[in-house]
Design a protein around this ligand. Structure first.
Ligand code: 4NP
Length: 152
């Protein structure tokens, strides 16, 4: 088994399910494990937001079978890389880290993209355009991450 990657946002219904589905679509299943979680507990057990399901579907990715779960400190031992969608998610995850090794696993998803803003905006209260925008932001970041992981 190669790398294990966890995508994290607040609700685990809009951004991180897309990030999970998009990165999975770029890596081979046998060698990589990709999952997602939310720092909040509001939506545990629910499927992704319909707007995320539909934008993913438009680009040939099925995320409808995913179910929301909450991030726990145990994820630091289960995963090699933890990508947070925005600064607030990053701080929430870091707050649960036990040591330097845990902290070193956490990065912003967009840290390698050449956008000035390194945050994936929360699309929950916005319109469908927001989902189109975050799909492309997440997709560019996942291209870079997939390249890195496959050349390790
Ligand atoms: P996500 O979006 O963090 O990308 O899944 C949100 C989903 C739900 C809420 C906020 C953000 N909420 O407040 O319920």
């Amino acid at each position: 088994m190669g790398a294990k990657v966890l995508m994290v946002c607040l609700g685990n219904i809009c951004r991180s399910p897309l990030a999970e589905g998009i990165l999975k679509s770029k890596l081979d299943k046998e060698n990589f494990h990709v999952d997602s979680a939310g720092t909040a507990s509001y939506h545990i057990g629910k499927k992704p937001d319909d707007r995320s399901i539909s934008i993913a579907k438009r680009y040939g990715i099925d995320i409808s079978q995913q179910r929301c779960r909450q991030f726990t400190f145990k994820d630091f031992s289960d995963f090699d890389f933890i990508f947070a969608m925005d600064n607030s998610n990053y701080e929430n995850v870091i707050a649960l880290a036990k040591n330097k090794n845990d902290k070193a696993k956490v990065k912003l998803l967009l840290y390698k993209t050449n956008t000035t803003n390194k945050e994936v905006p929360d699309p929950y209260y916005g319109g469908d355009d927001g989902f189109e925008e975050i799909f492309h932001l997440i997709d560019s970041a996942c291209n870079l991450i997939a390249q890195d992981l496959m050349h390790k």
